[in-house]
Design a protein around this ligand. Structure first.
Ligand SMILES: Nc1c(NC[C@H](O)[C@H](O)[C@H](O)CO)[nH]c(=O)[nH]c1=O
Ligand SMILES: CC(=O)[C@@H](O)COP(=O)(O)O
Length: 160
């Protein structure tokens, strides 16, 4: 399985842009808060470790991952926000509800990013069970929050 070979917290840090003046929005879904709080801690610390000003990290919560798209739109349309990081965890349930949430959020965040011309990062775990989630929120497979933060940083360095 791909994850077995990958630690989400191991990434190249070459040629990262200066983010000391950049404003980041972090949106955190409340569902599965044990997991999403761990994702947030990883994302926040990664931003700080690579030079973000803590006063320029703007954190908001939304009820569930489905609401991340609207929350991201609110953040992205704010002129002072440079990048949006969205964190959630949608654990497969008994029905197809998780599929609908996951597809809606993935497409929704993509749409927001393109509409507002800003990086909007998909930091949403879509595990089959709680253990898979914990493994990717500071466990054996690292922390997708770290990955989401470094992705935001790298995207701020992409220009033409
Ligand atoms: N089951 C999970 C949810 N469900 C809630 C939805 O995200 C949404 O808030 C609701 O459908 C109302 O619009 N959310 C998660 O983030 N994770 C889940 O496992
Ligand atoms: C997606 C979820 O985990 C939550 O909405 C419960 O899903 P289900 O009703 O399919 O068990």
């Amino acid at each position: 399985m791909a994850s077995e070979l990958k630690n989400l917290s191991v990434f190249s840090t070459e040629n990262l842009p200066d983010i000391s003046e950049k404003h980041f929005a972090i949106l955190v879904a409340e569902w599965n808060s044990e997991v999403t709080n761990a994702l947030f801690n990883g994302a926040y610390q990664t931003l700080v470790n690579y030079g973000a000003n803590e006063e320029f990290i703007h954190v908001r919560t939304v009820p569930g991952s489905y609401e991340l798209s609207f929350g991201a739109a609110l953040a992205a349309q704010a002129s002072h926000i440079d990048a949006v990081i969205c964190l959630g965890c949608v654990i497969q349930g008994e029905t197809k509800h998780n599929d609908y949430i996951n597809h809606a959020v993935a497409q929704g965040l993509t749409n927001v990013s393109i509409q507002y011309n800003k990086p909007v990062i998909f930091g949403v775990l879509t595990p089959n069970n709680q253990q898979q989630a914990l493994d990717r929120a500071g466990g054996v497979h690292g922390n997708k929050g770290d990955e989401a933060a470094i992705t935001a940083i790298k995207m701020l360095g992409v220009s033409f």
